[in-house]
Design a protein around this ligand. Structure first.
Ligand code: SUG
Length: 453
């Protein structure tokens, strides 16, 4: 690659993928509670998307799942004895806690971290902050291993700077890149970093949702901009519309997506939406090569697609992928095709005068049942050619890695899992065996606790 590129690092679905109804405010998660899952199919659906993006000529990476059930957390919570005894006690006394400690939620890597490309940071290095995800217990136990995995992939200190997660309290609730977008003309330019938050945590007088939690705080987003050494004039903040959080828009990436010079969003995405657009246009045109007119805001009105339909179809949880300097493809879940209105809208979108001129559809039903669409499954990392060379090459998708990972899934994953299975000590053994092999495939070293004993 001779140019700076945007790489997508997708989360490989872990062997314990299940539906436990753990995420209040995420309607798919609560409505599919206790349905049986198919971890094998989930992992293969995710891999098919990764392979397709690689085949489109894009740089596609793989982020490893975490060790689950997390017996270390269960031990901290007072369950003891052998690993099998810990699982048995937790399942008897607190099955919901066992389910939380068994979630394969690390697959949604849009929440793994916030990433700022080197062209935006004073240090000239790429900055990573794993998200503390403290709004949901099952996700709050992710950030340490996420940090280990990111360090194992982006290890060069000359190119990459890794931060710890923010303090693990609701005041600094941070959900990573799901609430972070970047605008630029070319990926290598100094970009506009756009931070969207759900509420203020030190000012009760500000608007906030009433029914469902706001998972990202303004104070967390601001702390990230300081740690990542971002230029304040190229940073824009916006508050999510609290009304839509209460309708199931638990992250900004459920109602808006951006890429380069395009913001695609619903008309109800933000508070003071007109001001947000002005701020973005003003910041975008600071770059001498950019002009106001190059910045496309594609706003979808409620009269055309209702928020409820957007949440159900995940139209905005799409990936906007640059296929050339001018053209973009929108990657949507198959649910967008099954909804007639959304399918018609997509036809109009690609025919209209804007950079989006193709649609690619993926069946991600296993992940979608837990509220995870195409955009949830990927972490974007903009890399210069030197940074890409310094990245762990074993984690980059190619034909061989795809075949190896599909065989690995076929060998180690079950095709049916219910909550009752989470107490099965064999599931833990199977999971560890699979991950141990995976760390060798992806050349990660010992990133898991069971490998460090
Ligand atoms: O954090 N679901 C995830 C979905 C994350 C989607 N990510 C983005 N929109 N970027 C969540 O709510 C459900 C797990 C369960 O219920 O079993 C869950 O964690």
């Amino acid at each position: 690659m001779s140019k700076t590129v945007e790489a997508n690092f997708d989360g490989l679905v872990g062997p314990t993928h299940n539906y436990a109804g753990l995420s209040l405010g995420n309607i798919a998660s609560t409505s599919n509670q206790s349905a049986p899952s198919n971890p094998k199919q989930a992992a293969l659906q995710g891999l098919a998307k990764m392979k397709a993006l690689h085949d489109m000529g894009l740089v596609q990476g793989v982020l490893a799942p975490h060790e689950r059930p997390d017996v270390y957390t269960l031990r901290k919570l007072g369950f003891n004895g052998s690993d099998a005894q810990v699982l048995a006690q937790a399942s008897r006394q607190a099955p919901k806690i066992l389910a939380a400690c068994s979630s394969a939620s690390t697959m949604w890597t849009a929440n793994a971290a916030t990433v700022s490309p080197s062209s935006d940071t004073t240090s000239g290095t790429v900055h990573f902050t794993p998200a503390n995800l403290c709004s949901k217990f099952h996700r709050s136990i992710e950030h340490e291993t996420t940090g280990n995995i990111l360090r194992a992939i982006f290890s060069s200190q000359d190119h990459f700077t890794h931060h710890s997660a923010l303090p693990n309290t609701s005041h600094f609730g941070d959900e990573g890149a799901a609430n972070h977008t970047r605008f630029c003309q070319n990926y290598g330019d100094a970009g506009i970093e756009f931070f969207v938050f759900g509420q203020y945590s030190f000012d009760d007088s500000q608007p906030a949702p009433k029914k469902f939690p706001a998972r990202q705080t303004m104070e967390a987003s601001q702390a990230i901009t300081r740690n990542h050494q971002l230029n304040t004039s190229r940073t824009v903040f916006a508050q999510q519309n609290p009304e839509v959080i209460d309708q199931g828009v638990f992250h900004n990436d459920v109602i808006a997506v951006g890429n380069r010079n395009v913001l695609f969003c619903h008309e109800k995405a933000f508070l003071n939406q007109a001001q947000v657009y002005n701020d973005l246009r003003a910041a975008y045109s600071l770059e001498p090569m950019n002009s106001h007119d190059d910045f496309y805001i594609i706003e979808v009105p409620e009269s055309q697609i209702r928020v409820e339909t957007a949440v159900k179809s995940y139209l905005f949880n799409s990936q906007l992928l640059s296929t050339s300097d001018k053209d973009m493809t929108i990657v949507v879940p198959s649910d967008c095709q099954s909804d007639r209105q959304v399918a018609i809208y997509l036809e109009e979108l690609v025919a209209a005068d804007n950079p989006i001129n193709d649609v690619k559809v993926f069946d991600l039903r296993q992940s979608m049942n837990n509220g995870g669409g195409p955009a949830c499954l990927r972490l974007r990392v903009v890399l210069t050619p030197e940074e890409l060379t310094a990245t762990n090459q074993a984690c980059l998708m190619n034909d061989t890695l795809y075949t190896t990972l599909c065989e690995w899934v076929e060998k180690h994953y079950r095709d049916r899992l219910t909550e009752a299975d989470l107490a099965d000590p064999n599931l833990l053994v199977e999971s560890r065996t699979a991950l141990d092999e995976l760390t060798r495939i992806l050349k990660l070293g010992s990133v898991y606790q069971f490998q460090q004993r």
